[in-house]
Design a protein around this ligand. Structure first.
Ligand SMILES: Cc1cc2nc3c(=O)[nH]c(=O)nc-3n(C[C@H](O)[C@H](O)[C@H](O)COP(=O)(O)OP(=O)(O)OC[C@H]3O[C@@H](n4cnc5c(N)ncnc54)[C@H](O)[C@@H]3O)c2cc1C
Length: 317
């Protein structure tokens, strides 16, 4: 059986940030992920400057395509405005692979099915053992399923369903567009340009709200495709979107049970206003690592609950 002091299940932004911080503290850790990296991850791939700060990096150091989004064109219930800001657009296919490699943690491709407690250790599928286990496996994380109760971390009202696709497309408009609450969508639709000729388009909304009005996220996807066509943003493309669901932050998310930790989407940490999950995933990964390596408290303090903050806005810049 292979033993490591810490095993992290999931090598997305949460797992990689955790692994990277543990390695900085010289703590022995291993990442298990069922996917072979680089892997696709459904995500608009919009990140804040804080994410880069937390990762101790900056756009010139990032080895793949990154586009600064200096304005966001927002439509809120039909009212249009332009928000000066500084955010970035990356492709998750590249970003996650870079982050995982950068962590310098050993990574094994393994689909975790069963986790048991035996004599104070965690045993994973009878093949791996560890003293601390970190659940970074997203919405379906096996650590979450084994050691946490739904009522402690996830609220049905906070489940977000999505339809999304990232495609190569020779776009002519390099701006980012967001459409909030249009056609009764309890969420928003987006058009996010990427470097090297890609775009990401999608819709996300609360499943609870959609069900209440007998609506579906697929209907809003169709509306978005028509809108992009009418506006000339994306025309004549044969889309094949996919869906993924994840939870927004709960008031009292439970993050730790003994030596079992959950981070990122496994802990339901996406912001309540924008469903931004990469920043909370990275920060929670770092905090869990510091709790393991340095005995710090692992709490939600300093993990942003909302994305829209005054420092987002850059009037006059
Ligand atoms: C359509 C969509 C758009 C989004 N847009 C944005 C955005 O623009 N900006 C933003 O900040 N957030 C966005 N989010 C949220 C963001 O994608 C997530 O919050 C973020 O990916 C969470 O990171 P994570 O590391 O916790 O999980 P993930 O990135 O999901 O990584 C989990 C990893 O665990 C692995 N795994 C799962 N189960 C197992 C298992 N049993 N065994 C082994 N490995 C396993 C998976 O293969 C995966 O690699 C979006 C989400 C969606 C669905």
């Amino acid at each position: 059986m292979e033993h490591s002091e810490v095993i992290i299940i999931g090598g997305g932004p949460a797992g990689s940030a955790c692994a990277g911080k543990l390695r900085q503290h010289n703590v022995d850790c291993l990442v298990l992920d069922r996917a072979v990296f680089p892997r696709d991850k459904l995500c608009a791939g919009w990140i804040t400057p804080e994410v880069l700060d937390d990762l101790n990096t900056s756009p010139p150091d990032y080895p793949h395509g990154i586009i600064p989004l200096k304005k966001m064109y927002i439509t809120f219930r039909g009212i249009k405005f332009k928000v000066p800001t500084l955010q970035y657009s990356i492709r998750r296919y590249e970003f996650d692979n870079w982050l995982l490699q950068r962590s310098r943690a050993p990574v094994i491709t393994h689909n975790v099915k069963q986790i048991e407690r035996r004599n104070g250790s965690f045993i994973i599928d009878g093949a791996y053992s560890c003293n601390h286990i970190v659940g970074a496996g997203g919405t379906t994380c096996p650590v979450y399923k084994t050691f946490f109760n739904k009522s402690e971390s996830r609220l049905d009202e906070n489940l977000i369903v999505t339809q999304e696709e990232e495609v190569p497309y020779e776009y002519t408009d390099p701006n980012c567009y967001l459409w909030f609450m249009e056609n009764k969508l309890p969420g928003y639709a987006w058009y996010v340009p990427k470097a090297n000729g890609y775009i990401n388009i999608g819709v996300g909304g609360k499943e609870y709200g959609l069900k209440k009005q007998n609506d579906s996220i697929k209907r809003h996807w169709d509306i978005l495709v028509r809108k992009l066509d009418e506006k000339g943003l994306v025309t004549g493309y044969d889309f094949k979107p996919k869906g993924h669901s994840y939870y927004l932050r709960n008031k009292e998310s439970k993050l730790r049970r003994g030596n079992a930790y959950i981070i990122g989407d496994a802990a339901a940490l996406a912001t309540v206003d924008m469903g931004e999950g990469i920043g909370p995933a990275v920060r929670s990964g770092i905090y869990a690592a510091e709790a393991i390596a340095a005995g710090k408290k692992y709490t939600l303090d300093d993990i942003a609950k909302r994305s829209i903050r005054w420092k987002w806005l850059r009037f006059g810049k």
